[in-house]
Design a protein around this ligand. Structure first.
Ligand code: AMP
Length: 403
């Protein structure tokens, strides 16, 4: 089993680091990117700037694949034409694929996993994430010898909210340990995230369903040691890794997904949370909390998309415990992005899901900003929107509720 599984993993993305994997990437696609925002001058970058090797400000899925838009609504979907049948055949194929693959199959041949002890100071954990170039890590309770949850940028956002609600506590924040994160959640009144995990040998479909049910963007793979009976954290898989795994290994089905995102209603198009280059990091964090989202498009006065502020951008902002520096602008914060920042991906409402899978196959995409031909904001497609559509579209409601 393992050889087969590992062969698939290797085919998928041998060194595709997503927080806990250190192997180098096997190929470096030439991608275009929005340049990091210029520091301390929010009004300056009215257009994203070019960087060496990056000719265009944005990356669009294969625009040559765009068919003429056909105006259809979701309710028209069941009146099946050939395109609908093919689309449904593609979705069924991907679902079957996810049922016969395990979460273990998604893992690369070799990887590094950083697990943090729950007793570690939050401040230190932040430095460890930054030093290792990762954005999340599983937590370990060494007293109980058990898995204790996942540290993500949401936890740091919670600490920031705690600081905002209890400014007198700033002196104590440095003393907080990872084990106090649940107390912080309680103090600021946020619903604690369910600590979900999945066994690595269970079908990948199960991990996907569990992620959708809990709205988790990543899920730890936890096994039990046969000798000691103790839990072992094997790795963490993300929505991105799963979609990449599908894109690389199941192209015969993703190529059938030829309906444009406009027809699928894929993503969010109303009530979008946006900000400007001059917005403070703290204001954008409040938006992310209010909308329960992980990214906010940054627009100019004409609604042109200049950049995208992501929850992971918060991590460098509070390096060294500088919680009081969150009044900096998002332009300043984005200028701290590392040189290997992957860029902002865009698509058009006429782009098809097969071309989006092509983009995922080639590049490290975490979400797509939907723009019109003038780069004005239309909507946003998160990986969770794609995963949800791929897994659940056309399924009976009862099946969905039973998870
Ligand atoms: P995410 O946090 O990226 O997993 O997205 C969760 C849900 O929120 C998805 O359905 C997205 O389409 C939607 N979403 C993402 N970003 C925004 C935004 N800036 N404004 C409104 N909705 C969003």
């Amino acid at each position: 089993m393992e050889d087969d599984a590992r062969a698939h993993a290797e085919k998928a993305h041998p060194g595709d680091s997503d927080g806990n994997v250190s192997a180098p990437t096997s190929s470096s696609p030439t991608i275009t990117t929005a340049a990091p925002a210029a520091a301390s001058n929010p009004s300056a970058p009215t257009q994203p700037q070019q960087r060496p090797g990056h000719e265009l400000p944005f990356v669009a899925p294969s625009s040559y694949l765009r068919p003429k838009p056909i105006s259809r609504t979701m309710s028209d979907y069941k009146t099946s034409g050939p395109l609908d049948k093919e689309q449904m055949q593609g979705l069924r194929g991907v679902r079957e694929f996810l049922k016969v693959r395990t979460s273990y199959d998604v893992l690369p041949l070799s990887f590094r996993l950083v697990v943090l002890d729950n007793d570690l100071l939050i401040k230190k954990s932040l430095n460890i994430l930054i030093q290792n170039g990762i954005v999340s890590a599983p937590l370990w309770d060494s007293r109980k010898s058990s898995f204790a949850g996942l540290l993500t940028s949401t936890d740091f956002i919670n600490v920031i909210q705690y600081y905002c609600q209890f400014p007198d506590e700033i002196g104590n924040i440095d003393q907080f340990r990872l084990s106090s994160l649940r107390d912080i959640e309680r103090a600021i009144g946020v619903e604690p995230l369910e600590t979900v995990s999945v066994h690595p040998m269970r079908p990948l479909y199960e991990a996907c369903r569990r992620m959708l049910k809990t709205r988790a963007r990543r899920i730890p793979l936890v096994d039990v040691d046969g000798e000691t009976g103790r839990e072992m954290v094997v790795s963490v898989i993300t929505q991105y890794r799963i979609l990449k795994f599908i894109a690389v290994n199941n192209e015969q089905h993703t190529m059938l997904l030829k309906k444009p995102v406009r027809d699928l209603g894929l993503g969010t198009y109303t009530n979008l949370a946006t900000a400007t280059m001059g917005s403070s990091v703290l204001d954008v964090i409040h938006l992310m909390v209010k909308y329960n989202i992980s990214a906010v498009p940054i627009l100019d006065q004409d609604n042109t998309v200049l950049n995208l502020f992501e929850a992971v951008d918060v991590i460098p902002c509070i390096k060294g415990g500088a919680y009081d520096e969150l009044s900096a602008t998002v332009a300043e914060a984005m200028s701290r992005r590392s040189e290997d920042f992957g860029g902002i991906y865009t698509c058009n409402e006429d782009d098809r899901l097969d071309s989006i899978f092509d983009t995922i196959r080639k590049s490290r995409v975490h979400r797509l900003v939907v723009v019109d031909d003038d780069n004005r904001l239309k909507g946003i497609i998160s990986l969770s929107d794609i995963l949800k559509y791929v897994l659940l579209y056309g399924e009976e409601d009862d099946d969905i509720r039973s998870g």
